[in-house]
Design a binder for this molecule. Structure first.
Ligand code: NAP
Length: 301
């Protein structure tokens, strides 16, 4: 990173937690390569402070923000402009300062999510999304672009699932046109095992595997759902975990040992980050390879 001086501008990631994030590593490497006198920091922020933090950062010439867990849905409350994509997703991961002294909210997660899946034809396949928060909305949108035929959403909280499905129906024409069937299940549903065994792609959008010490009534949890739910998993299924630290996550490690194909969240992180940086800087050619190498080098240490 270039030396921080009195003219260095701030860019950052607002979330809770943010300490695990590789975004500062990849962005600061890119800023250096691009000759931008910017510094990217993790900005830990609890929900009750979100308004003051986002509004305050706009007042100090901050050049851009990323938004992560658990604020992707609430961040729109503090934007005076919202992109069509974010309106449809009801989730924001990128804030760009605008000329009206406020923030324009948009979403680069869809672009990032799709990058590692593009080589394969997923038409008419079946997918499962685990979790139904901010990034699950971007994932659903991405799966529709890939023309999946059936998408099942499994999450712990019936209220959140209902809201998620309600939000998805905003575009019912799209769903019917592609004959996509979208259903929601709680993680206690007796059909979970059957649904898992019939899926081509399963995406984890919960933080399970990222934070140590997560527990439920059955004890510590490192892998989504109950162990017995996974007992008849199909060997052709691909597991895609949005988490990238630890690498591999306990769930992907389990999948690799079973001989399943696995994708972690690193390439998504790089691609969504590059897309955000393009929007903040107005530069088309983002040094993606530099960002990828910086992340991989950091993860080795
Ligand atoms: P979010 O909006 O808070 O959503 C999290 C979802 O997981 C919610 O549905 C939540 O359920 C569920 N959940 C939370 N804790 C759980 C637990 N202990 N057991 C079961 N379900 C649980 O978060 P997000 O912004 O979507 O981010 C989710 C994850 O994806 C994070 O780990 C984040 O780092 C990762 N991510 C990675 C990338 C990347 O570039 N690789 C991009 C985006 C996100 P409730 O609805 O009941 O709260």
């Amino acid at each position: 990173m270039a030396m921080i001086t009195g003219t260095t501008s701030l860019v950052g990631l607002v979330g809770d937690p943010v300490s695990h994030s590789l975004s500062p590593i990849i962005h600061n490497a890119a800023f250096s390569e691009m000759g931008l006198n910017w510094c990217y920091l993790g900005i830990p922020c609890e929900t009750e402070n979100l308004e003051i933090v986002i509004n305050g950062l706009r007042k100090v010439n901050c050049k851009g923000l990323n938004i992560t867990i658990p604020h992707k849905q609430n961040a729109s409350n503090y934007c005076n402009e919202i992109s069509d994509l974010s309106k449809e997703l009801k989730a924001i991961n990128t804030l760009i300062p605008n000329k009206k002294n406020g923030w324009t909210g948009t979403n680069t997660d869809v672009e990032g999510f799709l990058a590692p899946l593009k080589k394969q034809d997923w038409t008419q396949k079946k997918a499962i999304i685990l979790g139904c928060g901010g990034s699950a909305r971007a994932i659903l949108f991405g799966l529709k672009i890939l023309r999946f035929q059936e998408i099942n959403v499994i999450s712990r909280n019936i209220k959140s699932i209902k809201k998620f499905l309600l939000d998805a129906k905003i575009n019912p024409e799209n769903i019917q046109k592609n004959h996509i069937e979208i259903k929601g299940y709680t993680d206690q549903d007796p059909n979970i095992k059957k649904i898992l065994s019939n899926s081509d792609l399963i995406i984890n959008t919960t933080p399970i595997g990222m934070q140590k010490g997560l527990k439920n009534e059955n004890g510590p949890i490192e892998i989504p759902l109950k162990p017995e739910d996974w007992s008849s998993i199909n060997k052709e299924t691909t597991l895609y975990d949005l988490i990238y630290t630890p690498r591999p996550t306990p769930w992907l490690l389990w999948g690799k040992e079973k001989g399943l194909k696995t994708i972690d969240g690193l390439e998504m992180l790089i691609q969504q980050g590059a897309a955000s940086l393009k929007l903040w800087s107005g530069v088309e050619n983002i040094p993606i390879e530099i960002m990828r190498n910086a992340a991989k080098t950091h993860l080795k240490h």
